[in-house]
Design a protein around this ligand. Structure first.
Ligand SMILES: NC(=O)c1ccc[n+]([C@@H]2O[C@H](COP(=O)([O-])OP(=O)(O)OC[C@H]3O[C@@H](n4cnc5c(N)ncnc54)[C@H](OP(=O)(O)O)[C@@H]3O)[C@@H](O)[C@H]2O)c1
Length: 276
C-alpha cells in the first residue's frame, strides 16, 4: 500500500473505520487519501476526524487514484458508477463494499476493463476485530487481490472466496455479530436469573464468548474437541449442553444463517433487476 493514492467514495461509518485503520497501520498518510460524502455538511467531518480532504465531487476524488474504494449504500451504487465511469481507467483498482452488489454489476457499469474486488466486512472492523470476505471480478489479478486484502487486514482478518459464496459470507460473518449479541444477551439474562448483577453477568458472558473464540482461532482445534474438554463426566456442563440440544440451538443457528443467505441472494437479484 505504501505510496498508493486512495479515493474513498462515501466516507460513512465503514469508510471511516477503514481509513482510520489504514492511517494507524502507517502505510498511507492522510495526504494520500481523499474522500467523498453526500452532503456538504459532512465534509468538515472528514478533516476533523481523519485529517483527509473531503469533497462532494466523486469524479474529482476518483481521478488518478490507484485504488477507488466504493463505500456508499447499495442503492447509490448505480448512480455513483455512472458518475465516475468516464474518469476510471484499467490502471486503477475498484474495491466495493456495497452489500449484495456483485462484481458483474460494477463491471457492467464501467466503460473500461477496470479490475474490481468485492468485499464484505463486518461491524467489528470499527474496533479492528473485523472479518472480511473478499472475491475478485473478471479483470482483477494477483496484485489487485493483495492491494484489496491490505486494506481490510488493517481492521481484522480476511479471506478470499469464490463470488458464489459471498451470500454465505454475508449471512455468516456480516450478519453474524447480531446472532452472537443475542447469545451474549441471553447468557447474561441467565446470570441475572441466577442473581448475578446484569453488568457482571454481561461481562461474564461477553468475555467468555471472546475467550472461546480465541481458543478456536489460536488452538486451531475442532470446536467439538474444545467443547469436550470443558465437559466433565456427570458434571454441570453436560446438563447445560443437553438443554441446548433439546432447545435445538444448533439447527436454529444453521437455519438462521441459511435464511439470511437466501435473503442476501434475493437482494443481489433485486440489485441486478434494478439495472435492467
Ligand atoms: N457498516 C458496516 O459494517 C458494513 C459492513 C459491510 C458492508 N457495508 C457496506 O458499506 C457501505 C456503507 O455502509 P455504512 O454503514 O458506512 O453507511 P453510511 O454510514 O450511511 O455511509 C454512506 C456514506 O455515503 C455517503 N454518500 C451518500 N451518497 C453519496 C454520493 N452520491 N456520493 C458520495 N458519497 C455519498 C454518505 O454521505 P453523508 O454522510 O454526507 O450522507 C455517507 O457518508 C454500504 O454499501 C454497506 O452495504 C457496511
Amino acid at each position: 500500500m505504501k505510496g498508493k493514492k486512495l479515493a474513498v467514495v462515501g466516507v460513512g461509518k465503514l469508510g471511516e473505520a477503514l481509513i482510520s485503520g489504514l492511517l494507524k497501520q502507517g502505510d498511507l498518510k492522510s495526504s494520500d487519501i481523499v474522500g467523498s460524502v453526500g452532503q456538504e455538511s459532512s465534509i468538515a467531518r472528514l478533516k476533523e476526524r481523519l485529517g483527509i480532504e473531503g469533497s462532494l465531487d466523486n469524479r474529482y476524488v476518483v481521478k488518478d487514484k490507484d485504488i477507488v474504494l466504493l463505500a456508499v449504500k447499495p442503492q447509490n451504487m448505480d448512480a455513483v458508477l455512472s458518475e465516475i465511469t468516464d474518469v476510471l481507467t484499467p490502471d486503477q483498482l475498484v474495491v466495493s463494499v456495497a452489500a449484495s452488489v456483485t462484481t458483474r454489476f460494477v463491471q457492467e457499469r464501467l466503460k473500461e476493463a477496470v479490475p474490481v474486488v468485492r468485499a464484505m466486512p463486518n461491524t467489528p472492523s470499527i474496533i479492528n476485530a473485523g472479518m472480511t470476505g473478499l472475491c475478485v471480478g473478471l479483470h482483477a489479478k494477483e496484485d489487485h487481490k493483495k492491494m484489496a486484502e491490505a486494506i481490510f487486514k488493517c481492521v481484522g482478518e480476511t479471506v478470499f472466496v469464490d463470488e458464489s459464496l459471498m451470500d454465505g459470507v454475508t449471512a455468516l460473518s456480516a450478519s453474524g455479530p447480531a446472532y452472537l449479541y443475542v447469545i451474549i444477551e441471553s447468557l447474561a439474562e441467565a446470570g441475572v436469573k441466577l442473581g448475578i448483577p446484569r453488568e457482571v453477568s454481561t461481562l461474564l458472558a461477553a468475555q467468555t464468548m471472546y475467550g472461546a473464540s480465541r481458543m478456536v482461532l489460536e488452538s486451531k482445534a475442532h470446536p467439538a474437541l474444545l467443547k469436550d474438554s470443558v465437559t466433565t463426566p456427570a458434571g454441570c456442563t453436560i446438563d447445560g449442553l443437553m438443554e441446548l440440544e433439546e432447545g435445538k440451538l444448533r439447527v436454529t443457528l444453521v437455519k438462521a444463517v441459511v435464511k439470511a443467505a437466501e435473503r442476501a441472494r434475493e437482494l443481489v437479484n433485486t440489485q441486478n433487476a434494478r439495472k435492467q
